[in-house]
Design a protein around this ligand. Structure first.
Ligand SMILES: NC(=O)c1ccc[n+]([C@@H]2O[C@H](COP(=O)([O-])OP(=O)(O)OC[C@H]3O[C@@H](n4cnc5c(N)ncnc54)[C@H](OP(=O)(O)O)[C@@H]3O)[C@@H](O)[C@H]2O)c1
Length: 309
């Protein structure tokens, strides 16, 4: 069954407006109240769709047994959100794991993304259909433009708007969009992106982008939240000792308290579980600030203003 988007409200806000006047309340940081306290907790997107704060990333997880076993393990532990992409070449396995998980489809939140070479209006619609079939799903929860391919992303966005209006996707968004890409898209889109998935971690804190997304009610989502495993940072170790947690847990908890959706990847069952044990402690405000201060504008992935793929 496809979703009736109009029943979710917020299909469009007329022309996209930067700096819309509605207010939005952020759960954790303001007032320091611990609101995100369960793996079942979710960000509520502007259209009312619930997107789990913690998701499971599967970049570089091999198609076949590796991805099937990892996703099933994650779902067993309680993850309900899976982040894949056409270019990861593991959508079939993700779909198989979902079907074999024993968890009802509507309890899961599945993200996939249109790859750069498929961007454009008609080709995006085709790519979506290919992803949907590989996943074996009737609808996708979140469909993203993977990278802001110049001269293409506006046409691609029109295709995503069409899929959204038709109810083939519950939410649409972008990935690797800088503020200027978002401004450009917001100038003449019909549906404001609901999510922006970007590289985000203590060495790349993206303060201005986070503020811009908050102002425009675009949920920020962190990719490579664990800096691809480069967690050997003294402050992380020190805070790990203080809170009796691992550096990975400290970083992921920091994401939650900044109200950034986070999607760590692991193929190791112990680490899959470790990365989900982040809902029963809270970082003090001064420690959030220490993590913020680690910023070096360092990227482990490509620069969205300078990529050649
Ligand atoms: N939109 C985009 O352009 C984009 C780009 C990159 C990634 N993503 C998404 O974001 C997800 C996460 O990013 P990522 O895969 O690049 O990197 P990541 O989640 O930051 O780090 C994954 C690496 O950290 C290791 N790891 C996992 N848990 C750990 C722990 N508790 N302690 C120590 N090491 C740990 C993993 O090894 P093991 O597997 O051996 O545990 C793996 O080598 C991706 O899987 C993908 O879904 C999106």
């Amino acid at each position: 069954m496809r979703f009736n988007v109009s029943s979710l409200g917020w299909l469009t806000a007329g022309r996209c407006r930067i700096g819309a006047s509605e207010t939005i309340s952020y759960n954790g940081v303001n007032g320091g109240v611990l609101m995100i306290k369960s793996i079942a907790d979710a960000a509520i997107l502007r259209n009312g769709v619930h997107m789990p704060w913690l998701g499971f990333g599967v970049f570089k997880v091999k198609e076949g047994d590796e991805v099937i076993n990892s996703v099933k393990q994650a779902i067993r532990i309680g993850y309900r959100s899976i982040d894949t992409a056409a270019v990861y070449a593991n959508e079939k396995g993700v779909g198989k794991a979902i079907r074999e998980s024993g968890v009802a489809r509507e309890e899961l939140f599945i993200t996939t993304k249109v790859w750069n070479t498929d961007q454009g209006f008609a080709s995006t619609l085709q790519a979506f259909e290919a992803s949907r079939k590989k996943l074996g799903l009737e609808y996708i929860d979140l469909y993203l433009i993977h990278w802001p391919v110049k001269e293409k992303y506006k046409e691609t966005w029109k295709a995503l708007e069409k899929l959204y209006k038709e109810g083939a996707v519950r939410a649409i968004g972008v990935s690797n969009f800088q503020i200027h890409h978002l401004r450009d898209l917001l100038e003449n889109c019909e549906v404001v992106p609901l999510v922006n998935q970007v590289e985000f971690h203590p060495l790349l804190t993206q303060k201005e982008l986070l503020a811009f997304c908050r102002e425009n009610h675009i949920q920020l989502e962190a990719w490579s939240p664990l800096m691809r495993g480069n967690l050997d940072i003294p402050v992380l170790k020190e805070l790990g000792k203080k809170y009796q947690r691992t550096p990975a847990q400290i970083v992921l908890r920091w994401d939650l308290q900044l109200e950034v959706v986070t999607i760590p990847k692991s193929i190791n069952p112990r680490r899959i579980a470790e990365n989900a044990r982040i809902f029963d402690f809270e970082l003090a405000e001064e420690d959030i600030k220490r993590l913020d201060a680690l910023n070096e504008n360092k990227r482990f992935g490509s620069d969205p203003d300078n990529f050649n793929f």
